[in-house]
Design a binder for this molecule. Structure first.
Ligand code: AR6
Length: 506
């Protein structure tokens, strides 16, 4: 892959491997077989890249596609004039040369501010670059800037066509190469991307802004800088970066008949010591916000934000994924963890680069088999907690989890790796949420579910006892559903959902 921004497109064409042509053919076959699902792929082919240039202009500022920053329709305004991408390129190249010449210089925050203000005259109103001024950031960032600039300016040679939005109420999959994802992330870092109103931010302004709430932003920045460094090291070692990452928005409107379900409850394994990220050969649940990534580019540092910061390729989904509706999830396959961490929330800390992901197999599209399902639970305020036992809200959670857990055509039946989904910031009752996810996984026909209780021994014990109790009685999903939805009527008797279900069955 081109590791130098000056390499021409012709050189890039020559570097295309036969396997990429094969992957492209495989994806086209998928598109033909699944006419319901629009399959979109950025072909790594110079002809298409050059003919695609007019696409970037034609689809500039239309609601269905992300506006490409290097489109010739992207014009600089105000005192500046001409194509904005030309200004971006000049400004970032100058920044890169400056940092390369003096990688230990002080004042990187000022240099980045000057660079961005060449193409965003409003930058001062959006951020003060306070987190970049942190000594632990500035010392690692200055020598990394040429790498990030390099990736950012590669974008025109990697992005064949504008990226469509994964819009509400639609099922659609986007396939991007890892190099393209890295290039988009580098553009997000330098705040060059066009943000659609109504979507969460993707440019890094807020992450760069001074924080008064502890060190999470600084620790997340360390994770992201590590990601760029590791991508560069791989490129230098001839690892191609042509591997695919897929982003599947799945929307299912047809509802299950839970009362009538005769599906048997599947086995439950308890994992007390490992976090969900450490699971292999499983579908990992991200305890998400409906705006994917939640507060990853701001103050947040709980499950989802930590997962996104340590696997930054996930962050780019924010560029094109509209907020999730009740009947939708996003499944991301092919990302990797680049950083280790310790702690949680205010104690969250970057703990060095992580080892390569050799434990994951690749599929024939070259995707690292590390699927993650981004699914948002309902968010209950403290005073609203009692509402969660209402049947219609239980149905919402069941359907959301079922859409996430169902096995689509040709997909392998792997276990679900989950835990207290919706049971932290969102105030859900962990017992109820366990039963909901268990029913959804059983209805979806998963082989088993692995429940990560991360150190809560008493929770592990009570889930084991509940699973033994119900499976010992051959309970079906429908039976459990009826018991759970009856709980709302008796919730003031001071018994937990587990106690209630057991007592009623006994
Ligand atoms: N592995 C297993 N279990 C975990 C892990 C992990 N890595 N991390 C946390 N837990 P929470 P929510 C457990 O609060 O309630 C974000 O801002 C731990 O017991 O992250 O669904 C999103 O963007 C924790 O209390 O998920 C949303 O805005 C519980 O899982 C919002 O939080 C819930 O973790 C979602 O909140």
């Amino acid at each position: 892959p081109p590791t130098n921004i000056n390499q021409s497109q012709t050189q890039w064409t020559k570097l295309i491997t036969p396997s990429v042509a094969q992957i492209s053919a495989d994806l086209e076959k998928i598109a033909r077989r699944n006419p319901q699902t629009v399959v979109f792929f950025h072909k790594l082919n110079a002809n298409i890249i050059s003919s695609g240039k007019c696409e970037h202009d034609a689809k500039w500022h239309i609601p269905s596609h992300v506006s490409t920053p290097f489109s010739s329709k992207n014009l600089a305004w105000g005192a500046l004039s001409g194509r904005k991408w030309d200004t971006i390129k000049d400004s970032l190249e100058k920044l890169s040369r400056n940092c390369a010449a003096n990688p230990h210089q002080k004042g990187i925050a000022g240099l980045i501010k000057t660079a961005i203000s060449q193409y965003d005259t409003n930058v001062s109103s959006k951020t003060d670059f306070g987190t970049i001024n942190h000594p632990e950031i500035s010392s690692i960032l200055t020598p990394t800037i040429p790498i990030i600039v390099n990736y950012a300016l590669m974008l025109p040679s990697l992005l064949a066509e504008p990226i469509p939005f994964l819009r509400k109420n639609s099922s659609m999959t986007i396939y991007l190469t890892k190099n393209l994802v890295c290039s988009l992330m580098a553009n997000a870092f330098f705040c060059t991307l066009e943000e659609k109103p109504g979507m969460d931010d993707i440019n890094f302004y807020r992450l760069f802004n001074t924080t008064t709430k502890g060190s999470a932003k600084v620790e997340k920045l360390k994770c992201i800088i590590t990601y760029f460094q590791k991508m560069r090291v791989r490129a230098a070692r001839q690892k191609s970066g042509d591997e695919i990452i897929s982003f599947e928005r799945r929307c299912i409107t047809a509802k299950q008949n839970w009362t009538q379900s005769i599906s048997q409850l599947v086995p439950v394994n308890i994992e007390q010591n490992k976090t969900i990220e450490k699971a292999v050969d499983s579908l990992k649940v991200d305890f998400a916000n409906k705006q994917v990534g939640g507060g990853v580019l701001n103050e947040g540092a709980v499950m989802e934000e930590i997962m996104f910061a340590t696997s930054p390729e996930l962050i780019i989904s924010r560029l094109f994924t509209e907020p999730l509706e009740d009947n939708e999830v996003l499944i991301i396959t092919g990302t990797e963890q680049f950083s280790n961490y310790i702690g949680y929330s205010q104690s969250f800390r970057f703990a060095g680069p992580s080892a390569p992901s050799i434990k994951f197999q690749k599929d024939k599209l070259g995707r690292i088999m590390n699927p993650i399902v981004v699914m948002d639970a309902l968010n209950f305020k403290t005073h609203e907690k009692d509402m969660q036992y209402q049947q219609q809200l239980i149905d919402r959670e069941l359907h959301k989890a079922f859409v996430g857990f169902m096995i689509s055509n040709g997909e392998k039946n792997i276990p679900i790796a989950t835990g207290n989904w919706g049971g932290g910031v969102f105030n859900g009752d962990p017992e109820l949420k366990f039963l909901i996810q268990w029913m959804a996984a059983s209805q979806a026909g998963r082989l088993f579910i692995v429940y990560h209780t991360i150190g809560y021994a008493s929770q592990a014990q009570s889930i084991c006892s509940m699973a033994d109790f119900l499976r010992g009685r051959n309970a079906s999903v429908g039976q459990l559903y009826k018991l759970v939805t009856a709980y709302v009527l008796r919730k003031y008797e001071h018994q937990t959902v587990f106690d209630f279900v057991k007592r009623l069955l006994k």
